[in-house]
Design a protein around this ligand. Structure first.
Ligand SMILES: [Mg+2]
Length: 401
């Protein structure tokens, strides 16, 4: 029997219609009438800790974050969380943008329509500007929308995005500069701790001092890592093109896996020239806002690994588009920052190679915790984004008005 003839159009319709009908019924049952009814925000402030530095920043003073909860007319609440390690003013501004600029565009809307709502938020914000902290606020909303979708579907978001892998290679950003650390004992202790925790790759900061100092740090890290573990270096925008090229040749010769953010993010033409000159992977993107800036960076050949930051990228929806653009350019994908906020999209992209993280041992922030198994983090399987924060964590750092 010729099956092509057997499956006449009427037969196909007879089979397909009940399935489509059932799906529509299921979809309608789940989402019909689902609306955003209110927005809650809480401001967090963390006290100063031990200072640590990169090539241009000094961290460890007060940090903070803003917690976002989008409530719906069902019993489902979507969570978003945006935090800043070094800007105590940032979270309060993001909260103001959420409450005053974006909330009117969201109340009463269907939370499963994330691209429509991104458009509505752009419209609400465009006259005062859609970049900078407005993008961070939109990212928090988008995360909360996907959290709602995941909870409605009772699935982790990475599966809804189209999962590609079930665990993610993760490296520890642990090689900072510290005060009074000329002998690198604090630096080495951090790397040793990462290896004991089970990381197979670590990143260190370079570029704050001389090239000789960089070489000393790289060799000290490599002595601990051995031949089978990878080392990435990050210059945090420090160099002009001439210095970026000179230092990059040395990092390349020493066998570093990638060379991150050698120059300022607007130096797109110079990134293209640097990537053409060097064989070492050029990684960048943590300070690019939205997909159009990534497209510009990639059109000029200015990255081998792109690293969207899920505050500046604009949330899950925009992040996935950035990942797909990078994939089309045959460029690898990592993240700036870790936690569930970054994990789900990486798990859904074929070109993802690493998630960035700090130590996972003492995470008291999230309800659903991540763990390391053989250098990788298994996919989180709770429904939603996994952004829900522990109540005791919020209570501990909440700013009282
Ligand atoms: Mg970086």
């Amino acid at each position: 029997m010729n099956r092509r003839n057997f499956l006449t159009s009427s037969t196909v319709a007879a089979i397909a219609f009940p399935i489509a009908s059932q799906l529509q019924t299921l979809s309608a049952q789940v989402t019909e009438g689902l609306k955003i009814t209110s927005m809650e925000t809480e401001l967090l402030r963390m006290p100063p800790g031990k200072p640590f530095l990169d090539a241009i920043h000094r961290f460890g003073s007060e940090g903070g974050g803003v917690v976002l909860r989008l409530k719906t007319n069902s019993n489902i609440t979507g969570w978003g969380y945006i935090s800043f390690g070094a800007e105590i003013g940032g979270p309060g501004i993001v909260e103001g943008i959420l409450q005053n600029l974006l909330k009117p565009a969201l109340i009463g809307q269907d939370p499963t329509m994330s691209k429509r709502l991104r458009h509505e938020m752009w419209r609400a914000a465009e006259y005062s500007g859609t970049s900078g902290l407005v993008t961070c606020a939109m990212a928090a909303v988008d995360m909360a929308l996907w959290d709602i979708v995941g909870k409605v579907a009772k699935m982790p978001v990475y599966r809804l995005l189209g999962g590609y892998r079930s665990s993610l290679p993760t490296y520890d950003m642990c090689g900072w500069y510290y005060d009074n650390d000329d002998d690198l004992s604090q630096f080495q202790k951090q790397i040793q701790g990462a290896l004991e925790e089970g990381f197979h790759a670590v990143k260190i900061k370079v570029g704050r001092y001389t090239l000789d100092d960089d070489v000393k740090r790289i060799k000290a890290a490599q002595a601990l890592l051995g031949k089978d573990r990878r080392l990435m270096v990050d210059a945090n925008q420090k160099f002009n093109f001439t210095d970026a090229l000179a230092r990059g040749r040395v990092y390349q010769e020493l066998g570093c896996f990638w060379y991150e953010e050698p120059m300022m993010p607007h130096a797109k033409k110079e990134y293209g020239a640097l990537a053409a000159e060097l064989d070492i992977r050029i990684a960048t993107g943590e300070n690019l806002y939205g997909k159009y800036e990534f497209l510009e960076q990639l059109r000029i050949g200015g990255a081998d690994v792109v690293q969207p930051d899920n505050r500046r990228a604009g949330g899950v929806t925009e992040w996935m588009e950035i990942g797909a653009i990078a994939d089309a350019f045959n460029v690898e994908l990592a993240s700036h920052g870790g936690a569930p906020t970054n994990m789900h999209m990486l798990l859904a992209m074929p070109n993802a190679i690493y998630m960035e993280s700090g130590s996972l041992k003492s995470d008291t922030t999230h309800v659903e915790t991540l763990r390391l198994v053989n250098g990788e983090i298994p996919a989180p399987e709770d429904p939603g984004m996994g952004n829900e924060l522990r109540r005791d964590f919020i209570d501990k750092y909440k700013v009282r008005s």
